[in-house]
Design a protein around this ligand. Structure first.
Ligand code: NAD
Ligand code: LMR
Length: 340
């Protein structure tokens, strides 16, 4: 068997091949909204991830083309495209991780909450199908407004009797990616070496980067610099929306961030130790039912919601200021899910 070949200590190419397939169990990832601006590059990045054995690409239309294209890449994952609601069940069945970038993006002048009326219904129907076809999957919610779509998903799953709070994640990785990039640029440090936690939620002032905890620490940044970095991180999405001038919001950087987060979830499921990412999850670290913070990922999803750590006075102020807006967005999602 593969295992006994390994135990015999072979180290040639075939033993290496055996080892890599042994160490990476079969994992199915489904992307819902896979023909979209985020969905397509995210499909590409997930096809490149060696932890993925099966990649299901679902959208209301256009996925056969995306799937045919991506499927020609000579990596591990088997790719299949699914188009239209009648194929959603098949796309979801057996999924370990479901990534949801389905829904409309912002145009200049809009807030993420302005997307609620359209995206809330999309998320609700997709989550209803997840509860039916892959109730044990880890869900990575990208669709905006994340501060409301995650609570919607939780209510849908509760009603279906499938809710596992450890498996529902609002993807806030792009806020972390931005905070790292902007901090590295200002502090003149290589971006790849930087870490910055971002907590709270995923809209405007609810995005709270904790630059006081950034590593490596920089002594060169003034309070004014930190305020400017905070504002730029909070407005990062708007910066892209305005630059795209009506053609949508962040797609490429989001696909990158989504791929990082899904990879962390897969590593957690596979039992890789010490996988920590920031995410918007069910939480008791504040009085709000959901909050983004560092979480440790494991075989069942969230293994541990980590605390906020020490905050600077400026961050404490931001923390208090964000709570009313975040609370209202969470309540709006919960109310929608229970009324419609
Ligand atoms: P897009 O319009 O380019 O693509 C969205 C895709 O969703 C389209 O292909 C559309 O057909 C599909 N879709 C619509 N209804 C669907 C349904 N019922 N089932 C399956 N697919 C459906 O938009 P985009 O730029 O890819 O953005 C998608 C969403 O992601 C937006 O809501 C956007 O605000 C959000 N977003 C979130 C973050 C984040 O940090 N969490 C970052 C960027 C964008
Ligand atoms: C982002 O942060 O880029 C996304 O949430 C998209 C948006 O509308 O800003």
């Amino acid at each position: 068997s593969a295992e006994s070949a390994l135990r015999r200590g072979g180290n040639g190419p075939s033993a290496r091949r055996l080892f890599s397939s042994l160490s990476a169990p079969d994992r199915k990832v489904a992307v819902l909204g896979a023909a979209g601006g985020i969905g397509q590059p995210l499909a590409l990045l997930m096809k490149l991830n060696p932890l993925v054995s099966s990649l299901a690409l679902y959208d209301i239309a256009g996925t056969p083309g995306v799937a045919a294209d991506v499927s020609h890449i000579n990596t591990r994952a088997k790719v299949a495209g699914y188009a239209g609601e009648e194929q959603l069940g098949e796309a979801l069945e057996g999924s370990d991780v479901v990534i949801i970038p389905a829904g409309v993006p912002r145009k200049p002048g809009m807030t993420r909450d302005d997307l609620f009326n359209i995206n809330a219904g999309i998320v609700k129907s997709l989550c209803t199908a997840i509860a039916k076809y892959c109730p044990n999957a880890v869900v990575n919610m990208i669709s905006n407004p994340v501060n409301s779509t995650v609570p919607i998903a939780s209510e849908v799953f509760k009603k279906a009797g499938t809710y596992d709070e450890r498996k529902l994640f609002g993807v806030t990785t792009l806020d972390v990616v931005r905070a790292k990039t902007f901090y590295a640029g200002k502090a003149n440090i290589p971006a790849a070496d930087v870490n910055v936690p971002v907590v709270g939620g995923h809209a405007g002032i609810t995005i709270l980067p904790l630059f006081s905890q950034a590593t490596p620490a920089s002594n060169d940044l003034s309070h004014e610099d930190i305020k400017a970095l905070t504002k730029r991180t909070q407005d990062g999405g708007t910066e892209v929306v305005e630059a795209k001038a009506g053609k949508g919001s962040a797609t490429l950087s989001m696909a990158y961030a989504g791929a990082i987060f899904a990879d962390a979830c897969l590593k957690g499921l596979n039992g890789t130790p010490d996988i920590v990412e920031c995410s918007f999850v069910q939480s008791t670290i504040t009085e709000l039912p959901f909050f983004a913070s560092k979480v440790r990922l494991g075989k069942n999803g969230v293994e541990e919601v980590l605390g906020l750590g020490p905050l600077s006075d400026y961050e404490k102020e931001g923390f208090e200021n964000l709570k009313p807006e975040l609370k209202a967005s969470i309540e709006k999602g919960i109310k929608f899910a229970n009324q419609n």
